[in-house]
Design a protein around this ligand. Sequence first.
Ligand SMILES: [Zn+2]
Length: 381
Amino acid sequence: MIDSARLGQRFEELVKIDSLSGCERNVALELEKILTEMGAAVCFDSAADKVGGNCSNLVAKFKGTVDAEPIFLSGHMDTVGPGEGIKVRFADGIYKSDGTTVLGADDKSAIAIILEVMQVILDNHLEYPPVELIFTVCEEIGLLGAKHLDYSLIESKFGYILDSTDTRGIVTKAPAANKITIKIYGKAAHAGAAPEKGVNAILVTSKAISGLTLGRIDHETTCNLGTIKGGVATNIVPEFVEIQGEARSHDPEKLEAVTQGIVNAFYTAAEEFSPDSRTQSPRIEAVIETDFPHTHICEDHKVIKLARKAAANLGTSMESRTIGGGADANIFFSKGIVAGVLGTGMTDVHTLNESIALADMENCARLILEILKVHASGETY
Ligand SMILES: [Zn+2]
């Protein structure tokens, strides 16, 4: 029933509309038009101001034909750069860009698949449950759309986000992450005339970092210091360094321990320079922010069982996956909405080699269609 040519054509149309993070308006207006013509009730929340973009999150509701629990399908409208003026190439069943931009299959493939599934249902008058489509903005720059989504618009308690590669896997576990910003205040002095009057913030920073273990801490915990800024000139003892990093873990206690370990290393290094470092230089300021909370979906949750049942009906399987990254699903999960993340086949995302096979998109569309059919049928899964 999935119309491969129509799916491919829609995918091409969508990737040709530029939609870098914060500039999703043009693609959103196109989606609003398509979905309204399909009979959905379309609205936008008011996330645009909060994310500093030109577009808000789009929510479209299809009433359904059966009295079943509502279910949502979601993807993000923004792409990473370089992503303007994308020229699509199609050969041997594979979509690629011309090599000067990303393709934007992350995440336009999701949107094309979801539209195709809804079109098939409507054209064939299939029974289907109430479906909410959630197309977010600014996913790629810190899940900002999901963080500022108006959750009062969403009735569904479970559903699927199409935003990974693997068409045979569903993400059930994703870590929580903290963002860490540490400011090291030393004291400036002329490096030649009076170096003893200075406190070298770079030296304090390096002593703190040299004692740390970074990278993979264990099978479910990682940390990284990713940027460092500081110093003004070679003849000035540097008075300021700012360093930014992150920690991730599937275990909240480990996340806390690793985060504190990093911060404490800086306080300890400062104290070694001066016992009064809480009041005089070198002085440390640390800010820890929750970047995203963790996702942990039980194996017997209906979102997993429904995907497994649908895959089995299609003669394939669905494996649970653990990932190391965050996605809109993490934010939804923290709002009490359980989202299984499914793959569309997109590969080498965030690179100029990004590609996707039309066959993978078709398979994902078949799976989503089957998920909606099984859910609408009322049978247990
Ligand atoms: Zn994505």
